[in-house]
Design a protein. Structure first.
Length: 255
């Protein structure tokens, strides 16, 4: 029997708290080596009296190791979180949490790992270039702004890759190509992904740190996939209307 009113509202809220926290904890456990390395470095940076260019250099250098490890743990775990977020977004909220998470972790593992290797090679190249040209010129030179823009596009592309991986069955090459094309072709969605995820990370690390182990990753996945799914539905609706017009025009010409 479905509960209604205030009691029903509290029950549904508690259900969502349980879903989000359970999936977030599974995400952290399955990508623990990367989470530990990144968290320790970010925590070190936030404890500095002031953030200097030198501390940013040190952070970039320290991130190389977790970036190398990430395709084998972090990427498959994140793909599982996005697959769960997709299920929730399309209305299938009663799926078993643990069983479904590890099923997606296993089924997405190969594509997530190989896609992670590709993205992380590009990421390392960008980070090395940012540091190199900062040494040669200024941290905020025009060239570094360009690299920072490419870095932002790459980060959004990685998020869209997880969305594509969870929503479509495609070969790896198509997943990589479509995720990056979607990132460039839908600038408003890309901006939405970057701003919302940055806000969630900032709030989690600097305001409410309890969000990190219980809600941060799962909320980021839901927010990101919701924006992606909304864009996909709009594209599909536009294609359907275009097809209907073409079919209507063809029917008129045949009469």
């Amino acid at each position: 029997m479905e509960m209604k009113g205030v009691v029903g509202g509290f029950y549904r809220i508690s259900e969502w708290i349980m879903r989000l926290s359970a999936i977030n904890l599974l995400w952290i456990i399955c990508s623990l080596p990367v989470v530990f390395l990144v968290f320790s470095q970010v925590l070190f940076l936030t404890q500095q009296p002031e953030i200097s260019i030198q501390s940013i250099y040190e952070l970039i250098a320290a991130l190389i190791l977790p970036i190398i490890v990430a395709p084998f743990t972090f990427y498959p775990a994140t793909s599982a979180v996005f697959s769960m977020a997709r299920k929730w977004a399309i209305g299938d909220v009663d799926i078993p949490l643990f069983k479904s998470f590890f099923r997606y972790f296993k089924s997405n593992y190969k594509h997530a790992m190989l896609g992670g290797i590709f993205f992380n090679v590009v990421l390392i190249v960008l980070l090395v270039n940012i540091q190199f040209y900062a040494d040669q010129q200024s941290m905020f030179s025009v060239l570094n702004y360009l690299f920072l823009l490419l870095l932002a596009i790459l980060v959004a592309g990685i998020v869209n890759f997880f969305c594509y991986l969870s929503h479509f069955e495609m070969p790896l090459k198509s997943l990589l190509k479509n995720s990056m094309l979607f990132t460039v072709a839908r600038p408003m969605n890309t901006l939405y992904i970057l701003l919302t995820n940055f806000a969630i990370i900032y709030i989690s690390f600097f305001k409410f740190t309890f969000l990190i182990p219980f809600f941060m990753g799962s909320i980021m996945a839901i927010v990101s996939f919701w924006g992606f799914y909304r864009s996909i539905l709009r594209i599909q609706d536009k294609l359907d209307r275009q097809r209907e017009r073409e079919e209507s025009k063809a029917a008129e010409e045949s009469q």
